[in-house]
Design a protein around this ligand. Structure first.
Ligand code: NAD
Length: 372
């Protein structure tokens, strides 16, 4: 990435902050993509990036994704993300995370962070010793705890909206659902599906995990490489990203793809088109898996589980809106989702031209100017 400013302009980023402290071995990048709707919120990822360029590219891509996810979920939050370059198995120390926390604090609330790949609740607690701009902490500390429960619930609700769109009924009773991954999100999703009487087909590269879920939900075990071709009504990717690609899409035997994994389409334009050609409805990942973000966002106003679940139920209506736009404008569902998110950002961005008194930055500057 030779020209960083060009990269920022290309994706409309507001701010990128490089944080360094040699003594504790900290090398971190915080990217604030868009704060039209509110402070940027996003996890801090710790990963062994092979180059600084890779780290920067990742944080720019992920922070932009957060803007869209928060916008579509109806949250008053913008998009941000941070990456710490390092080995999460070996390089974690209290000093590193507390130093990083102080850098987060310097942004004065423009960026609020939570856990992500390679970071966990303990790390957040260290960060929280230095800044209050942290969310996603344990229930013991007044937080919302593990967000996967709500992510799983949101995927279940979103699946119902998909079923309604394709089969005319949102009942999942008797529906065959092939679930890729038997981790946290998948397990919570399967709980709801099993309760409603769906027939589950489950895989995981950790066979033990898959077998445990199969036993628990009276499901059928599928080998990881066979999950795409499993005869099912719905395919639920709940493992890693990039799994909708040239190889997997031709194998699919389902009518709907609806799951919790992030970045499911390997190449967005190409692979959504391949799904459409095969008449498979795709639930845009960042819309259907927004439950986790809804959960961590709730902490900012004082965690309330009942309100969180009500908000997550709203994923049903969000998907309905996406499908309506897709139908009316004859665009792929992924494009419809982006349009819906952008529409909210633009329309709410406009309300800020109304002068609302002391919260307005201009008024504040005038006050300061008058005092000096
Ligand atoms: P997890 O680590 O608990 O579970 C993922 C599971 O997928 C693991 O058991 C792993 O062995 C399995 N897996 C990996 N590759 C596989 C493959 N090729 N085939 C079959 N199984 C495979 O993670 P999670 O928290 O359940 O998250 C699952 C996905 O959902 C991720 O893409 C994550 O980014 C996304 N997501 C999670 C949340 C959340 O609240 N946890 C929120 C939004 C999105």
């Amino acid at each position: 990435m030779t020209n960083t400013f060009e990269e920022l302009e290309r994706r409309d980023h507001e701010q990128v902050v490089f944080c360094s402290d040699k003594k504790v071995g900290l090398r971190a990048v915080i990217a604030v993509h868009n704060t039209t709707l509110g402070p940027s919120l996003g996890g801090t990822r710790m990963w062994m990036y092979t180059s600084e360029e890779d780290a920067l590219r990742d944080v720019l891509r992920l922070s932009r994704g957060m803007t869209y996810k928060a916008a579509i979920a109806g949250l008053n939050l913008g998009g941000g993300k941070a990456v710490i370059i390092g080995n999460p198995e070996k390089d974690k120390t209290e000093g590193l995370f507390r130093t990083y926390g102080r850098f987060v604090d310097t942004l004065g609330g423009r960026f609020i962070t939570s856990a992500d790949v390679g970071t966990e609740v303990r790390d957040l607690e260290w960060i929280r010793m230095e800044t209050r701009h942290v969310t996603g902490v344990s229930r013991l500390l007044g937080g919302g705890g593990d967000p996967s429960t709500v992510t799983g619930f949101g995927v279940y609700v979103g699946m119902k909206a998909c079923a309604h769109e394709v089969f005319g009924s949102d009942s999942l009773k008797g529906m065959k659902v092939a679930v890729q991954g038997a981790g946290k999100v998948a397990t919570y999703l399967c709980e709801h599906l099993a309760k409603e009487g769906a027939k589950l087909f489950i895989t995981d590269i950790q066979e033990k995990r898959a077998r445990a879920a199969v036993k628990r939900f009276s499901a059928t075990y599928i080998k990881p490489e066979k999950i795409f071709e499993t005869q099912a009504d719905i395919f639920a990717p709940c493992a890693l990203g990039g799994i909708l690609n040239d190889e997997s899409i031709p194998k699919l035997k389902c009518r709907i793809v609806a799951g919790g994994a992030n970045n499911q389409l390997l190449e967005e334009k190409k692979h959504i088109q391949m799904l459409m050609d095969r008449k498979i409805l795709y639930a845009p990942d960042y819309a259907i898996n927004a439950g986790g973000l809804i959960n961590v966002a709730s902490e900012l106003e004082g965690y309330n589980e009942e309100r969180v679940l009500k908000q997550a139920e709203g994923i049903y209506g969000i998907l309905q809106q996406i499908f309506q736009i897709a139908r009316e404008e004859k665009v792929p569902t992924s494009v419809a989702a982006n349009k819906l998110a952008e529409y909210r950002i633009q329309s709410l961005g406009r309300i800020k031209h109304i002068y609302s008194g002391k919260s307005n930055g201009v008024a504040h500057h005038n006050e300061v100017a008058n005092k000096t």
